[in-house]
Design a protein around this ligand. Structure first.
Ligand SMILES: Cc1cc2nc3c(=O)[nH]c(=O)nc-3n(C[C@H](O)[C@H](O)[C@H](O)COP(=O)(O)O)c2cc1C
Length: 341
């Protein structure tokens, strides 16, 4: 099997999945398909370069949704109504405000991680203080031997947990990065000074960057003025953010950032991947396109699965530098950043 190395991060190929969209990489132990994308039933997750988990916190969190899974049938309409206050389709994308709804790091490591060992995993962690990131890294260190996962991803860029990460960034980088026995990825927000954050990450020994997290966004009901989401603000993802993601990746390269970049933002087709490679990405990541559809759209999951499998097939051909150059080669231009590996 071909592999791609982004610095010290080992990926199976250049296509990974973005944090949260495939839950924890395995269905809830109780209800078989719960917590997993319908598409995941048609795409073997071990074929991805890596699967990134939902962001995990020290303690379990309901965020703005719920971790409860034992919903009786008669309560399902209420659950769907609640779901609509944390995730809404908007023009060209989605806004969500799950607010780090997750089972907590210990439950993940105990109940989910052991069932995903055949996948290559990126464990996403998030906290509100540097000490929480250290505690999360310690928990992963204790449960996961080196080389068993691709990396740990630090989420200091979520727009819907109503927290200003700016004051804790220096502490997170100084304390939690050296504490990790696994490579660390820093996930960047398009709403922040991502070039400065990337420079700080490089100086602190971070192995790679993920760009971008969702874009802070707002939608109101035009008749009532009420926000569509329970948290008022949410994070915009999907097609609408692709030009923003491309801008961020290109600006990182223009600013001389040399850390490997995993690009996420509106990717749906192989051409989207190519665009990101041209902008300077080393790997690309499927987010909304690996899960989100209108409810009737889920009937098309087998078709989506087929589309994702065809992207994977083409991506597998661009694992090495040669294959990558061949895909992006044009006489007029060269890719901005040549991926490692
Ligand atoms: C429903 C939903 C939940 C998300 N949850 C997380 C999360 O827990 N942690 C995180 O770092 N990013 C999270 N994201 C952001 C995605 O990982 C990705 O960075 C973003 O959606 C851009 O990619 P896309 O346009 O392909 O979806 C979430 C996105 C969506 C749509």
């Amino acid at each position: 099997m071909s592999e791609v190395w982004l610095g010290d991060i080992r990926l199976r190929n250049r296509l990974v999945t973005s944090s949260s969209l495939l839950g924890y990489g395995a269905p809830d132990p109780g209800l078989v398909p719960y917590g997993m994308s319908p598409i995941s039933r048609f795409v073997p997750l071990e074929r991805f370069g890596a699967v990134t988990t939902r962001t995990l916190t020290v303690q379990p969190r309901d965020g703005h949704f719920t971790n409860r899974t034992d919903w009786p049938l008669h309560a399902l309409p209420g659950l769907l109504r609640r779901y609509a206050t944390v995730l809404r389709g908007v023009d060209g994308g989605w806004i969500n405000a799950f607010g780090w709804c997750n089972v907590g790091i210990q439950a993940y490591l105990r109940d989910y991680y052991p069932r995903t060992r055949d996948q290559n995993t990126i464990i996403s962690v998030g906290g509100f203080a540097a000490e929480e990131f250290v505690a999360l890294v310690d928990a992963v260190n204790a449960a996961v031997p080196p080389d068993e996962i691709a990396a740990v991803e630090f989420n200091v860029s979520c727009p819907n947990v109503d927290h200003d990460f700016e004051p804790i960034l220096a502490g997170v980088l100084a304390d939690a990065v050296p504490a990790s026995r696994h490579p660390v990825i820093l996930k960047l927000s398009p709403d922040r000074d991502y070039v400065r954050h990337a420079r700080r990450a490089a100086a602190a020994g971070v192995s790679a960057l993920t760009a971008i997290n969702t874009v802070r966004a707002l939608r109101l009901n035009p008749r009532t003025g009420q926000p569509l989401l329970a948290n008022r603000y949410g994070g915009l993802s999907g097609r609408a953010v692709k030009p923003i993601g491309l801008r961020v990746v290109a600006e990182l390269r223009d600013a001389g950032i040399t850390l490997p970049v995993i690009a996420t933002g509106g990717i749906r087709t192989f051409d989207d991947c190519r665009e990101y490679f041209w902008a300077g990405a080393d790997a690309v990541s499927l987010g909304s396109a690996s899960w989100l559809a209108s409810y009737p759209g889920y009937a098309l999951a087998p078709l989506w699965g087929w589309r994702i499998r065809s992207i994977l097939k083409r991506i597998e051909l661009v694992s090495d530098k040669q294959g990558y150059s061949a895909v992006c080669h044009s006489p007029a231009a060269q890719p901005h950043g040549l991926p490692n590996g």
